[in-house]
Design a protein around this ligand. Sequence first.
Ligand code: NAP
Length: 336
Amino acid sequence: MNFRKLGSSDIEASVIGFGAWAIGGWMWGGTEEQDAIDAINTAIDNGVNLIDTAPMYGYGRSEEIIGKAIKGKRNKIVLATKCGLVWDTSDWKEGKGELHFYSDNDTIVKENKNTIRVYKYLRPESIRKEIEQSLKRLNTDYVDLLQTHWQENTTPLEDTIGELEKLKKEGKIRTIGCSNVNLKQLNIYIKSEQLDVDQERFSLIDKNIINDGLLDACDKANVSVFAYSPLANGLLTGKITPQRQFGKGDLRTTNQRFSPENIQKINKKLELLSPIANAHNITITQLIIAWTAAKYKKMHVLCGMRNTKQAAENAKAGNITLTENETNEIENKFKE
Ligand SMILES: NC(=O)c1ccc[n+]([C@@H]2O[C@H](COP(=O)([O-])OP(=O)(O)OC[C@H]3O[C@@H](n4cnc5c(N)ncnc54)[C@H](OP(=O)(O)O)[C@@H]3O)[C@@H](O)[C@H]2O)c1
């Protein structure tokens, strides 16, 4: 497994991160707790020490499962969670935060009388409340990284960053990260000299961080990037067939990228990459993960993994180093 330092900190995190959204079940058609715990342990046995979660992933379920899985090995793990998406609005004040979406137990839905309102909310007092809850669920007294999950316009970013800094001084968090930022917001975080990680969507078919200048800005400021959805929710594994049926609430049931026509189109393009994968004696999934890791010297690839088979395959991609010629060839062939 290759390891890289988080931003300017001395925390060594595996290039492959265990992405723990799917194991929360919400938006992924449910979860099997034992499969999830086994998947986490298989990833760890194969060299993964980085785990990324969020309170929102199953309304705390993902964090609770991780808390159980890492019992007895906390000090070997680089634990990353998030703040800023809240669904408990009992102490809600009008004009603070922004409504992000309506949700039920399974997934994001249109508003009805049973829906839960989920807000983007980064007030200092809310961040503090959230981290206390996360620490309980994760069964630990600190996290290695706390990331603001989504940004909002009702709280000055400086107030948010100030609170994160306080939590760092108190030892509740070791580093600070952000996620889903635009370039202007990223630059405010960078200017504070507190930012070690920016987590953004990035894959062979989602390259906005390059086009929007985020990757360049991170590079100049020595900030690590966590690539999320690197397999485009599984589409880039080449293993999704046009006949695949997804569980209730699975985000892929309504995503046009998972139409039978598009699955077929993407799978054909992925087949063109087989000669490169074969030359390395690796699978297409591993090649895609390795491509993502190779795009930036401080990249970590957060892969969703729901069972031991996926965990072993994805973790092993952390040993592969591709040359620039190979990454270019992958991009060119995929365009064909
Ligand atoms: N900051 C944010 O806003 C944000 C947003 C999204 C994600 N994230 C983070 O990024 C992580 C990864 O993103 P993601 O979960 O969206 O997607 P992903 O890694 O692109 O895809 C994960 C899914 O692909 C399938 N898969 C994974 N490995 C496989 C393998 N070896 N063979 C076959 N299928 C495989 C699994 O689904 P099936 O088995 O069901 O097909 C798995 O749940 C998340 O868990 C989370 O930590 C963050």
